[in-house]
Write a protein that binds this ligand. Structure first.
Ligand SMILES: NC(=O)c1ccc[n+]([C@@H]2O[C@H](COP(=O)([O-])OP(=O)(O)OC[C@H]3O[C@@H](n4cnc5c(N)ncnc54)[C@H](O)[C@@H]3O)[C@@H](O)[C@H]2O)c1
Length: 327
């Protein structure tokens, strides 16, 4: 890929929902980057967010991707339209950051990868959690063998989401276990076998699950566990709000959302977990600066997104059949 050498990398957002607020703050904090403009399906929201972000509002996604001032497009719409807008941007010759879950199927993610590779463009999944220093350090320790033989890994998520918010997303299997899956892949590698369960415990009407758990045997022999819950916050001491642990025979690590908490509501969270914005700020800087300016590979790729999607589909099969599924 040709490295971008312009003084300022221009960014365009397709979609101006909640997550665009975090991405706009991230672009603002990235040296040598500028949010040029956005397109949103609803015009009123587009105008409001463009005014807030100090950028232009385009009349169509085509106008956005064809603007020569835009070098990179962030696809921030709902899951079902990620492929459509990623394809549009790549065909216009633009680099892409596409939010997670990247695609509805493994095939959609593979199509993005083929399109990007054919054009020599960078298309990165919005796998924000792993762009945190604590995650990178854990991976370095695992890779160097400093934790000894890995025996277990845990990714726990317990953040209450009101039903009105949850309705905008798929159930927690797709919406949240996607994060867990790419985190596990990044830190300790892929599972060989998994068993999953789900339940709906706090929604009154929305039929999707608000809690899911997965047990795994990893390819390296270790065992792992995921929990993803929109049903309740964890209020007890040292809470598992977002908690990632890797335990080995020679050492262990922990990453927690609770290391930095601001007592004000987050976008849809009861408090502000500083790491949420922080991980997106780091991810955006890595994409625009390390990948586009310096040619670095993203920490998590579309190939990883496809493997994460295979894990999600295996979890869905396990839930459907009540059996463990081999990957
Ligand atoms: N990385 C993270 O931690 C994180 C957190 C939240 C959301 N997300 C992801 O970001 C994306 C957007 O989520 P959000 O929280 O901003 O949701 P939101 O409901 O606030 O916004 C959804 C956006 O999708 C657009 N949209 C919906 N249907 C559309 C259609 N048919 N055609 C065109 N646009 C359409 C809406 O106009 C809006 O811009 C989702 O993929 C979600 O999974 C990621």
């Amino acid at each position: 890929m040709a490295k971008l050498t312009k003084d300022t990398i221009g960014v365009g957002f397709v979609g101006a929902g909640d997550i665009s607020i975090l991405h706009a703050a991230a672009v603002r904090k990235c040296p040598g980057a500028r949010l040029v403009g956005l397109w949103n399906r609803g015009r009123e929201r587009a105008a409001q967010r463009a005014a807030e972000f100090g950028c232009k509002a385009y009349d169509s996604p085509e106008a956005l991707v064809n603007d020569p001032a835009v070098d990179a497009v962030f696809v921030l719409t709902n899951l079902e339209t990620h492929l459509e807008y990623t394809r549009l941007a790549l065909e216009a010759g633009k680099h892409v950051l596409v939010e997670k879950p990247v695609g509805v199927t493994v095939g959609e993610i593979e199509e993005m990868r083929t399109l990007a590779d054919a054009r020599g463009l960078v298309c990165v999944p919005g796998h924000n959690y792993i762009y945190e220093a604590g995650m990178v350090r854990t991976r370095e320790l695992v890779e160097a063998g400093d934790l000894g033989r890995i025996v277990s890994a845990y990714v726990m998520y317990n953040i209450h989401h009101p039903e009105e918010v949850a309705k905008r997303y798929p159930g927690v299997v797709r919406q949240i276990l996607t994060h867990h899956s790419y985190i596990l892949l990044y830190l300790v590698g892929a599972p060989a076998e998994l068993f999953a369960m789900k339940a709906t415990l706090h929604y009154q009407e929305y039929p999707e699950e608000d809690i899911a758990m997965v047990q795994m045997r990893l390819a390296n022999g270790a065992l792992a566990h995921f929990c993803a819950s929109f049903a309740a916050d964890d209020h007890a001491a040292d809470p598992w709000t977002v908690m990632v642990k890797v335990i080995g025979t020679a050492g262990s690590t922990r990453y927690s959302y609770r290391d930095h908490v601001e007592i004000k509501p987050g976008l849809v969270h009861s408090q502000t977990y500083t790491a949420y914005q922080g991980s997106i700020t780091n991810e955006v800087r890595f994409f625009l600066t390390d990948c586009l300016r310096h040619g670095a590979a993203p920490l998590s790729t579309l190939a990883d997104a496809a493997t994460a999607q295979r894990m999600i589909e295996a979890a869905e099969e396990s839930i459907r059949t009540g059996r463990a599924v081999k990957l």
